[in-house]
Design a protein around this ligand. Structure first.
Ligand SMILES: O=C(O)CCC(=O)C(=O)O
Ligand SMILES: [Fe+2]
Length: 224
């Protein structure tokens, strides 16, 4: 599991402000289901992407996905055995979906990272981790100078998985099953803008079939 934690106090304040606005917006949105609202804030929206959009994205993931540990941030040895890759941020279809997510959140496009696609074959998984950057890693110096911490996570399941592959939040005792088009969103921080350790989560091993997801992380300020 990645070491998690600090960010500077200015970034904490930015995250706290963002959190308040985003939480109010999501709770006022009829399409949004509140899945957890005590230890962490976790929301779900069925059919956020259409089946056609999911099919198109899965093809794009197949074109970009490579073994995750080779080029991604270090989540710890073998924590992540899926294949992953960033989608093309200039692709009009990707941008259209980015904007839909930004509108849900009520934040500018350049607060969101480019959607990252992931494909898990049978047996592949993403072991329990936090999405917060590991501040002990060399890449952190660059990240803090740019967008700061990953304040929010949005994830969309692109297909139904025959067996396995749920996203588990062990501290909140909830397992979200993959369902095509469903978006889940959670804040990685507490109200004070500091990391919420209860957001520990895992992509559990696929037992049968294959699993495709896209993830878009949001900072609390522009990162490009
Ligand atoms: O695939 C999942 O269910 C979880 C993925 C995840 O946690 C991540 O991409 O950070
Ligand atoms: Fe994650």
């Amino acid at each position: 599991m990645a070491k998690t934690g600090r960010t500077d106090t200015a970034n904490q304040r930015e995250i706290a402000t963002m959190n308040q606005a985003v939480l109010a917006r999501l709770k006022a949105d009829d399409s949004v289901q509140v899945l957890v609202d005590d230890k962490l804030q976790l929301f779900g929206i069925p059919d956020f992407f259409s089946a056609e959009e999911c099919e198109r994205l899965m093809k794009m993931v197949d074109e970009t996905a490579r073994p995750s540990p080779v080029f991604d941030v270090d989540y710890g040895k073998q924590a992540r055995t899926s294949y992953s890759g960033d989608l093309d941020p200039y692709n009009p279809f990707v941008r259209m979906l980015h904007r839909r997510m930004d509108d849900l959140m009520g934040v500018p496009e350049n607060w969101g990272e480019t959607m990252q696609g992931q494909r898990y074959a049978v047996g592949q998984q993403f072991k329990a981790h936090h999405d917060w950057f590991d501040t002990s890693q060399p890449y952190w110096t660059g990240e803090v100078a740019l967008g700061g911490q990953r304040a929010w996570t949005l994830m969309v399941y692109l297909n139904d998985v025959e067996e396995g592959g749920s996203t588990d939040f062990p501290k909140a005792n909830i397992a979200v099953p993959p369902q095509q088009g469903t978006l889940i969103a959670w804040s990685n921080a507490n109200a004070d803008g500091k990391v919420n350790m209860e957001t520990l989560h895992a992509g559990t091993p696929v037992v049968k079939g294959v699993k495709y997801v896209v993830t878009r992380w949001y900072r609390a300020r522009a990162w490009y």
